[in-house]
Design a protein around this ligand. Structure first.
Ligand code: KIV
Ligand code: ZN
Length: 516
């Protein structure tokens, strides 16, 4: 059976999703989980793009022991040097060089002739070979590049010493037949192609990223690039969980498999969604909330009689446990701790105490506390930041004939107490205005989303808020059975994250909170 390598770019292309801005700790946490799920190569970032990126790629390089850590670089010596610096502690570093090759990019973006593209890329690969054993080269917009020129570029990369050549469909333009054909022709015509690995990298602009990647695999690609939950620039990248499950479920057809530990998929997807703040659509293949639910009576009847009637994948395969152990008001600390371990959390005593207090508080308001509730409580502050401000109390006066008025009391890290009152267009607006007055930060609310964590009137509400200030944007989260409280907590959390981002030494030592 052929092995298909999985190259994850959640931390690089995925971070290019509008509104996503991960800090170093969040990137390390995701990288650790990517290693647990069995990703072969983790693209940690683009070191030359900012000093913060060098710090986070270095932190990921230190934390990861088995997967290869990849740094992206333009075909410029300064970029390659920045990547060398960022990857110097990686156990298995790979440099990912790219240069656009399509006629549109050559003419309008690079203003280069074909021979200049070839010379620039070759010089960069040869320079990089002095420092890196493993180099991946990507002809950007390869999918829209003239096929004969693309073959020339691939041949140059092979001669110059690349170990992987990736052919990206940068703009998600191609159909599976066209994309597959590129791999077929490259394989058949480029001299020395057997010495390197071929990789595919697709974007989902026309909803064909997974199909295109699988077409590439059928035509000889050794590696698939993508992200978890399919996040990424514009419509996103190939969703790697879809590739892994397609190869697994249809091994008979593809005669190939990935090395992914499928049982870790649900957890990886959840972590990526929580930390990026990008919710997974309910109907998303494999990891959407509805991916394993059966609504129609005929389907339910079939599944009850025999699961395989309507279920081609078992939810257990991706680690969705059907836990029968529901905690409640009378559950003690021991049962709670066991549950945390069962759910895969590795919390220190202090965090267990905080989580247990939150759990008890919830159990007073909600009869059954499910795994999903407990995860929401823990993951409200999965990567905690120093709390410059703490929400102490709030009160809201509202009604369909009154002006919403919020009174808020905030405690500061220095121990002082600030109280403020504000009116607003709605209850949440009034709360946010009162917090703004109390804290005195000038922030822009860019996004606000609310969802219920479970079903029922007593369900926890989860609010995610995106705030921006001077070009920095952050996401904060708040969870409560009261949606106004969840809204207030999310806002204060975002402000704390904003302040932390301004102040941090982003290279801090970091310990994972999730278990193997
Ligand atoms: O989509 C693309 O072309 C890329 C390259 C940098 C590989 O992300
Ligand atoms: Zn891309």
């Amino acid at each position: 059976m052929r092995k298909i390598y999985l190259f994850d770019t959640t931390l690089r292309d995925g971070e290019q999703t509008p509104g996503v801005n991960l800090n170093t700790q969040e990137k390390v946490e995701i990288a650790l989980q990517l290693e647990r799920v069995g990703i072969d190569r983790i693209e940690a970032g683009f070191p030359a793009s900012s000093p913060g990126e060098v710090i986070s790629v270095s932190a990921v390089s230190r934390a990861i022991k088995h997967a290869s850590i990849v740094g992206l670089s333009r075909c410029r010596e300064q970029d390659i040097d920045a990547a060398r610096e960022a990857l110097k502690e990686a156990a298995d570093p790979t440099l990912h060089l790219f240069l656009a090759t399509s006629p549109i990019h050559r003419k309008h973006k690079l203003r280069m002739e074909k021979h200049q593209v070839l010379e620039t890329a070759e010089a960069a690969i040869r320079y990089a070979r002095r420092f890196f054993d493993k180099i991946e080269f990507s002809p950007e917009d390869g999918g829209r590049t003239e096929l004969d020129f693309l073959c020339e570029v691939v041949a140059m990369a092979v001669r110059a010493g690349a170990s992987v050549v990736n052919i990206p469909d940068t703009v998600g333009y191609l159909t599976p037949m066209e994309y597959g054909n590129i791999f077929k022709v490259v394989k058949q015509t480029v001299p020395g192609i057997e010495k390197i690995q071929l990789s595919c990298h697709c974007h989902d602009d026309l909803g064909m990223a997974t199909a295109n990647s699988l077409a590439a695999v059928l035509n000889g690609a050794d590696q698939v690039e993508g992200t978890f939950n399919g996040i990424g620039e514009r419509a996103g990248n190939t969703a790697l969980e879809e590739i892994a499950l397609a190869l697994e479920t249809r091994q008979d057809f593809f005669q190939a498999k990935s090395g992914l530990h499928l049982i870790e998929i649900a957890r990886t997807s959840r972590l990526v969604s929580r930390l990026t703040g990008i919710l997974v659509p309910a109907n998303k293949a494999i990891v959407g909330a509805n991916a394993f639910s059966h609504e129609s009576g005929i389907h339910q009847d079939g599944v009850l009689k025999e699961e395989t009637t309507y279920e081609i994948i078992s939810p257990l395969t991706i680690g969705l446990k059907d836990s029968k152990l529901v905690l409640g008001k009378l559950s003690g600390r021991h049962a709670f701790r066991e549950k945390l371990i069962d759910l895969g959390y590795n919390l220190d005593e202090e965090r267990v105490n905080v989580a247990f207090a939150k759990f008890k508080d919830l159990a007073d308001k909600k009869k059954d506390v499910t795994d999903v509730d407990i995860r929401a409580l823990i993951e409200e502050k999965l990567i905690p930041v120093p709390e410059s401000y703490i929400l102490d109390t709030f009160q809201v006066l509202c009604g369909n004939h009154s002006v919403p008025t919020a009174t808020i009391r905030i405690l500061t890290a220095e121990g002082s107490m600030i109280e403020e009152v504000a009116i607003g267009n709605g209850s949440v607006d009034a709360i946010y205005k009162a917090i703004d007055r109390a804290i005195g930060e000038s922030v822009e609310l860019q996004d606000y989303t609310i969802q219920s964590v479970t079903d029922g009137k007593d369900a926890l509400g989860e609010v995610t808020v995106m705030l921006a200030q001077n070009g920095i944007s952050v996401k904060g989260r708040g969870v409560s059975t009261d949606i106004l409280e969840a809204s207030a907590r999310a806002y204060v959390d975002s402000i704390n994250r904003l302040i932390d981002k301004r102040n941090t030494n982003d290279g801090a030592k970091y310990e994972s909170v999730t278990l193997i």
